[in-house]
Design a protein around this ligand. Structure first.
Ligand code: SAM
Length: 422
């Protein structure tokens, strides 16, 4: 029977694999779980330990690396998000073959140079595999050689819109898990990723602190878990009786604020694709005792609402995450009533946001890599059936991007967005 996860992993270099296997089999009263030329691992159940041995003659008696084995990719991502939030530099590897197994993992450097990995074994492999971080080294043992610190955090490129959306979903699922676990703690400054989360003076550029600056309620758990880059409800001019739709509602802060503004008679709908976020938002709505709200599962690209059913579309730092913004903006126009308002916060890229940043999925999930520039934003809004377009910079969030309020009205003419039956 294999040992339970999570468990600590101790990976040792040994001079002679046969002698080491014999010794550790006795020490832990356990036979190796996996044995290959120059390699063995033990799944020790008590205490929970994954012991890995690499035959590296001349290096015997030293630590190869350390790790934490967990039970699922979501747990890997949750730890990754937590550590990125703590400011550690993360090297991520998805679906990599290493140590005769296919794994999702990430690495961080300890202060004394010891490398720690968090990983999940997805499947066994006949191939020894090499960590992609170590392919510049000829060593015949996976994970054997430290790599330089300047390896880009995300190496695997998405191949299409579905990959981008799935990467974004997985990222925010992990963020929701972390936020749900720490809802009583003050939020850290500020976002969950590797972008510039604080301004030059250390001021917050994402999240709950922006609500305090705008004079909005800052007490709810939902606001504490905000990942936004502005406060759309502060500029949406909401009135009693209106129906408000929040695209990518996350933990629900803007939905809860909007719901209170449109009372009596109005309601607020939060749309999100990430089940973990929807669960968090529903819990936050119950705690806040706001009942004219609804959180629905779905994609921005296929909003599960009828045509012409919404007075105001709001959104907070989400449109930049979509792979195809044109489809999203057409959907927003489709569900809005003629003359309906579009009032969102989003990241807007500088004209010089470079291809390297755009190609990084860490920058994309961190709300920078996928951001439109102002010209493209205006053109897409106009093409999608909006008029009276204004884009007003609020604060810098990155050396090549700014947060902005984007407002527009759905034209009173019929939109060219396709109608959908629901
Ligand atoms: C940066 S967070 C912002 C959450 C929230 N608006 C806030 O201010 O805290 C992005 C949210 O949008 C959701 N999201 C991203 N792309 C989406 C898509 N294509 N369809 C539906 N939801 C999406 C994510 O699941 C996540 O909850």
């Amino acid at each position: 029977m294999s040992a339970p996860t999570p468990r600590v992993q101790l990976a040792l270099n040994v001079d002679d694999i046969e002698r080491a296997v014999a010794f550790y089999s006795k020490l832990f009263d356990t036979q190796p779980a996996k044995r290959r030329p120059g390699y063995a691992n033990f799944a020790v159940s008590s205490p929970p330990l994954k012991l890995v041995l690499f035959e590296n003659p001349g290096s015997g008696g030293t630590i190869n690396h350390l790790g934490v084995e967990v039970g699922s990719s979501a747990e890997v991502e949750a730890h990754q998000t937590r550590l990125a939030t703590e400011g550690l530099l993360i090297d991520e590897e998805k679906s990599t073959t290493c140590c005769y197994a296919r794994q999702d993992k990430f690495w961080v450097n300890g202060p004394d140079g010891i490398r720690w990995e968090h990983y999940v074994v997805l499947a066994n492999s006949d191939a020894p595999g090499f960590s992609s971080l170590f392919t510049d080294k000829p060593d015949n043992v996976c994970c054997a050689t430290p790599h330089s610190d300047d390896t880009p955090a995300e190496q695997a490129e998405p191949v299409g819109p579905a990959d981008i959306r799935e990467t974004v979903r997985r990222h925010y699922a992990a963020v929701a898990v972390v936020a749900g676990e720490s809802s009583n703690k003050p939020p850290s400054c500020c976002g969950p990723s590797s972008f510039d989360v604080c301004g030059p003076g250390g001021e917050a550029v994402f999240g709950a602190a922006l609500y305090a600056q705008s004079g909005e309620d800052t007490m709810s758990n939902a606001v504490a878990a905000s990942l936004g880059c502005g406060v759309p409800t502060a500029v949406a001019d909401l009135h009693p009786g209106e129906v408000v739709l929040d695209l990518g509602s996350g933990a629900g802060a803007d939905v809860l604020i909007a719901a209170q503004r449109v009372q009596p008679g109005g309601r607020a709908i939060g749309l999100d694709m990430t089940v973990e976020m929807l669960e968090l938002a529903r819990r936050n709505a119950a705690i806040a005792q706001v009942d004219n709200v609804e959180f629905i599962e779905g994609y921005l690209e296929e909003i599960p609402l009828p045509d012409v059913s919404v007075d105001v579309v709001i959104s907070n730092c989400v449109i930049n995450l979509a792979a195809d913004k044109r489809v999203v903006l057409r959907e927003a126009a489709r569900v809005l009533k003629p003359g309906g308002r579009f009032a969102i916060s989003d990241v807007v890229a500088d004209a010089d946001l470079n291809a390297e940043i755009r190609a990084s999925m860490t920058e994309w999930t961190g709300c920078i890599g996928g951001a439109l520039n102002e010209v493209d934003y205006r053109n897409l809004l106009s093409d999608s059936g909006f008029e009276q377009i204004e884009i007003i910079e609020t604060h810098r969030v990155h050396s090549h991007a700014t947060a902005a309020i984007v407002r527009a009205r759905r034209t009173t003419a019929a939109t060219n967005a396709s109608s959908r039956r629901h």
